[in-house]
Design a protein around this ligand. Structure first.
Ligand SMILES: Cc1cc2nc3c(=O)[nH]c(=O)nc-3n(C[C@H](O)[C@H](O)[C@H](O)COP(=O)(O)OP(=O)(O)OC[C@H]3O[C@@H](n4cnc5c(N)ncnc54)[C@H](O)[C@@H]3O)c2cc1C
Length: 471
């Protein structure tokens, strides 16, 4: 347990003048520890707001010496079972480590381990650059990278993890090392897919690309009876979806649009001019819609269009939010229909969860598939679609079992209807945490074997065990 008097006395003198230690009685404490999901959140005794790399080292060393659990904190959107097992932990708050500095040749940027998506996208945009990031403004950059990292531009450039040239990593014993293809390549392999298990990244050297003109988009809203038509077209699109094209779907209740049933919200985004986008969106106009909205947007504006900006539900803190992810190659229409019907009936039976939504992410995958799957710990490169429920409600233990059963059922429908029902593929950054390690880190035996070996070498005391732990 973190003894607050000792930590103040012992650690403060070792930290930089800009760092601070915040305790539960302090006015800032609850704000600093509030999270996107409060359910099964880590139990924090003290927050160390680090300002330098050395601050991270000193804090980790202090934690190691006193055997105190610690969790890194950037965007605060981490939501998986193991986080809730961190008890009386130190929150190593990385948010001040948020620099985004372009290299002189303009091909990479140095990105701080605590930066969030909005800061990176906006800063690069001002510099005439872009890169692969997650979709939600408030989510950290580091955690998605550590688990692979899906995002709008992955069809063109690969996953977020594929953008990493090197990382500065504070190991669980407090030592600082740089990992890259040349320096500790085994560990470099591991932190790109299973990275929550190995250390705290203070800084990334990350690939960036020249900015392009605005993207084009069309948002279609359909009533639930159009599901078969919509997802048949989505399947057709997946067959030859160009790298610049992506689609996203929500199944969600919007009473103003349909007071009875959930609607189907579907965006197609094309990283190119409207005329070219039209070629892909045209068939979707053939399905009778409730509304269609078309336009152009900067990369930084996609978050607002998809409800992932600071005012949207993606950034709302404090709810119970349950995710049960599955990676797929195409939409099994009958299974998606079952999902829809289950959502429809559950929203009526359990109105507390009627604010939930179901997300179907159909990014392009050429850039992801172009990378040899053996070269990173990310195991699901062949998946074309990432799907998950976001079962959200005001914290209420009476609802928890119903909500969990609901989420699991939705995923099971899709798994049963998938091309490989015996092998669930669950993206680590969305994982509920009750999945098997194979489901998360890969079914090929060598992957877990290699991860376990590396874990023994780099984190023998298993200090990094609060995010889908390998051990
Ligand atoms: C609304 C929403 C949108 C999302 N969108 C995307 C998306 O577009 N693409 C995608 O791939 N994922 C996405 N995710 C999933 C996301 O990757 C995970 O939820 C991730 O854990 C959130 O990271 P965070 O920094 O916001 O959260 P935190 O709670 O701050 O961090 C989560 C965990 O990551 C680890 N961690 C964080 N920073 C570091 C660091 N510097 N070094 C070492 N470990 C660290 C720690 O284990 C920490 O507990 C989304 C999640 C939500 C809730």
């Amino acid at each position: 347990m973190a003894d607050k008097f000792n930590i103040l006395h012992d650690l403060s003198p070792l930290l930089s003048p800009q760092a601070s230690i915040v305790l539960p009685g302090d006015i800032a404490f609850s704000n600093l520890t509030s999270r996107w999901r409060e359910y099964r959140a880590p139990n924090i005794s003290v927050v160390v707001q680090v300002a330098t790399e050395v601050d991270v080292q000193q804090t980790v060393q202090y934690a190691a010496k006193h055997n105190i659990p610690f969790v890194a904190r950037a965007g605060g959107h981490g939501a998986t079972e193991a986080l809730g097992t961190a008890s009386h932990a130190i929150q190593i708050d990385l948010r001040a480590l948020n620099e985004v500095i372009l290299s002189t040749d303009g091909t990479t940027a140095t990105i701080g381990g605590g930066a969030n998506v909005k800061h990176v996208v906006n800063t690069l945009e001002l510099l005439g650059k872009r890169t692969v990031t997650g979709t939600c403004d408030c989510v950290g950059m580091s955690a998605p990278i550590l688990g692979g990292g899906h995002g709008w531009l992955q069809g063109q450039y690969g996953l977020m993890a594929d953008q990493v040239v090197s990382a500065r990593l504070v190991l669980p014993n407090g030592e600082l090392i740089t990992v890259s293809e040349k320096s500790e390549p085994d560990l470099f392999w591991a932190i790109r897919g299973a990275g929550h298990n190995f250390g705290i990244v203070t800084e990334w050297e990350y690939r960036v690309y020249d900015a392009k003109p605005k993207l084009s988009y069309e948002i279609f809203i359909y009533s639930g009876d159009k599901l078969e038509a919509l997802y048949s077209l989505a399947n057709n699109m997946l067959k030859d979806q160009p790298p610049e094209l992506m689609h996203w779907g929500y199944i969600i209740k919007v009473a103003e649009l349909d007071p009875e049933h959930p609607i189907l919200w579907f965006i197609i985004i094309y990283d190119g001019p409207t005329e070219a986008a039209r070629e892909h969106t045209k068939p979707f106009h053939g399905i009778e819609s409730i509304t269609v909205q078309s336009g152009e947007a900067a990369l930084s504006e996609l978050s607002a269009l998809t409800f992932q900006d600071e005012d949207g539900p993606g950034c709302a803190y404090g709810l119970t939010s349950l995710r049960y992810p599955i990676g797929l190659n195409s939409y099994n229409i009958a299974a998606v229909r079952k999902v829809y019907n289950e959502i429809d009936s559950t929203f009526r039976a359990v109105p507390e969860v009627a604010g939930s939504f179901f997300l179907l992410e159909g990014y392009s995958t050429q850039g992801v598939r172009a990378v040899d799957p053996a070269t990173t710990a990310f195991p699901h490169r062949d998946d074309r679609i990432v799907v998950t429920s976001y079962i959200q409600y005001k914290p209420n233990p009476a609802i928890d079992p119903v909500a969990q059963a609901f989420g699991k059922k939705l995923r099971q429908y899709l798994l049963d209807g998938s091309d490989d029902p015996a092998h669930l593929r669950a993206y680590v950054n969305y994982a509920n945490g009750d999945e098997s390690l194979q489901e998360v880190y890969g079914w090929e035996g060598w992957r877990l074997e290699r991860l376990r070996k590396l874990k023994k070498r780099w984190d023998p005391k298993n200090a990094m065990r609060y995010y889908v732990p390998i051990e």
